[in-house]
Design a protein around this ligand. Structure first.
Ligand SMILES: [Zn+2]
Length: 78
């Protein structure tokens, strides 16, 4: 489980079940297990500090590189 955080203010944004290796480029909504306080408007998801974190693509968020960090473990089972 990964905890996605804002790179600017370090606020926790959501918890995410990542599958596979590699960078977090997308967050599939069905694998977001907990959401903290965020704003959603203009087809983006925003940190409360005003940073855009991801672009809403329907079933997933396309993550904005450099605007978020994450910590935790990745699930490598397929
Ligand atoms: Zn922030």
């Amino acid at each position: 489980m990964l905890t996605i955080k804002c790179a600017a203010c370090r606020r926790k944004l959501w918890k995410y079940l990542k599958k596979g290796h590699g960078e977090v480029l997308r967050c599939h909504k069905e694998r977001i297990t907990k959401t903290y306080e965020t704003n959603e408007h203009d087809a983006k998801i925003w940190c409360l500090c005003g940073k855009p974190i991801g672009i809403d693509k329907g079933t997933y968020f396309s993550m904005v590189k450099g605007n978020f960090t994450y910590a935790g473990t990745k699930e490598n089972k397929s």
